[in-house]
Design a protein around this ligand. Structure first.
Ligand code: PLP
Length: 448
């Protein structure tokens, strides 16, 4: 269907997290096609290189023939099904394949359509787990700097960002503890002391009878906190506290999963796996919406009984959709047979090194992240004459789009760089050259 669009038509589609007025005025982007070389083609026929894998989900790049073929074959076999009515072979095949990939640490999958739904699912499983065990432990701890989605449940465990009063939300039994991020806590010069401080806060909460803590949710690399990788001692310390206090550990692998940080799951790198693991984004390489929660056998078995009251009252019409599961199977097979995670780790190290060179600009504060989940942090106080109301990250991103490269400004000062896991060094060089060009212009304009 070929239709002509004028800019005003863009108002008919409400974009995520956007003040629509300024989005339409300043950063409206209308995509029409993608190419196998990972370019988007805009409605006015401009090519823009996808340097952020759509939103860290098209991990295997665009238009992969193997994934497309799996989707088409499944459409011809069983085009739709619902977990309210039945299980389906594609969902079962994928479950077995994914559980094996986690070396059978997990036993069962609850399928969702997104990461936010996975978050709500994990919260509900955790709370009902304790109910089924006859204990009152609704309290959930999350981390400063975290983002787990935008549904009401996910908002309860997110850090900042949300005006909770605007949505009449109260933080009952939801708690937040600090993370040992030196940029958030410059008052602690010493990382060891900062880690210990954060662990102490967690321990105090877990031991507080009034808090009734039953679960802790973490992301091992916090995408929305400028790709802050939690220090190993902190993650290990949190796991120990969970085990010592009988608290369930929920690991959010929505962004870190499926090779993004250089291994199939971020959990592999520190060796800390949760009782529940959330996934979404890269699971189908973004081709079809899908997410889910992996559960250990211990957790699953607390729901296994003859009485209907102990069931999980939860589900999504299209969760476990056979076409999504077929796409996911093809993606996992590709990740494993083509050693894509190891390649991503190597290319990520190369890209990071190139980005580090940009620290020569006085207003580039930090480069951080893991694998191919990287963030460039700019000085948030920098203002470009004539564009003072804009955060510097938005200006850089706009400039790059005009140069033919799409990155993601995640805050006023942070730019996320996360190309497809099979990105070549020449594309990494192209991204860095465009960034350098833009930063040189900013240096001239601001005399920095
Ligand atoms: N968890 C993490 C770590 C995320 O980065 C995101 C999305 O960016 C989500 C959860 C929510 O996923 P979705 O946007 O699919 O609901």
């Amino acid at each position: 269907m070929e239709t002509k669009h004028v800019k005003k038509d863009g108002e008919h589609v409400w974009n995520a997290f956007k003040q629509m007025k300024s989005y339409m005025e300043k950063s409206y982007l209308l995509l029409d096609q993608a190419t196998p070389e990972n370019y988007f083609v805009t409605a006015n026929r401009r090519q823009v290189y996808d340097g952020v894998s759509t939103l860290l989900n098209s991990n295997l790049g665009h238009k992969h023939p193997r994934i497309q073929q799996a989707i088409l074959e499944q459409l011809q076999r069983l085009d739709t099904a619902s977990m309210f009515v039945s299980t389906n072979t594609a969902a079962l095949n994928y479950a077995k394949q994914l559980l094996k990939a986690t070396e059978d640490r997990y036993y069962s999958i609850f399928y969702t359509n997104s990461g936010s739904e996975a978050c709500d699912t994990a919260i509900k499983i955790a709370r009902k787990y304790w109910k089924n065990r006859g204990e009152n432990r609704p309290g959930i701890i999350s981390l400063e700097g975290s983002y787990h989605g935008s549904s009401i449940g996910a908002m309860m465990v997110a850090y900042g960002g949300y005006a909770m009063d605007d949505y009449a939300l109260k933080h009952d039994y939801f708690y937040q503890i600090p993370v040992p991020d030196p940029l958030l806590h410059p008052e602690f010069g010493d990382e060891t002391a900062l880690v210990q401080h954060c662990l102490n806060v967690a321990q105090t909460l877990m031991r507080d009878d009034q808090a009734c803590v039953g679960a802790l949710i973490i992301e091992q690399v916090q995408l929305s906190n400028a790709a802050f990788a939690l220090p190993q001692e902190f993650v290990i310390g949190l796991e120990k506290l969970c085990r010592a206090n009988g608290v369930l550990l929920i690991v959010d692998e929505v962004a870190t999963g499926f090779g993004r940080t250089g291994s199939l799951f971020g959990s592999e790198q520190i060796g800390v796996w949760g009782d529940l693991m959330m996934f979404a984004k890269g699971v189908t390489s973004g081709y079809i919406p899908m997410g889910g929660v992996l559960s250990t056998k211990d957790v699953f078995m607390t729901f296994w009984a003859d009485n209907p009251e102990s069931a999980l009252e939860h589900g999504f019409t299209t969760g476990g959709h056979p076409v999504a599961c077929a796409a996911a199977s093809a993606c996992l097979e590709l990740l494993q047979t083509e050693q894509i995670c190891a390649i991503a780790a190597q290319t990520g190290a190369y890209l990071r090194e190139q980005l580090q060179a940009l620290k020569a600009f006085s207003f580039v504060r930090e480069v951080r992240g893991k694998g191919l989940m990287l963030a460039l942090i700019l000085d948030e106080t920098i203002k470009i004459p004539g564009m003072e109301q804009w955060g510097v990250a938005n200006i850089v991103s706009r400039f790059l789009v005009n140069k033919g490269i799409l990155l993601y400004p995640d805050s006023d000062s942070t730019i996320i760089i996360a190309p497809a896991l099979n990105v070549g060094k020449s594309e990494c060089d192209m991204i860095c050259a465009a960034l350098r060009d833009c930063l040189e212009k900013i240096a001239l304009l601001t005399e920095r």
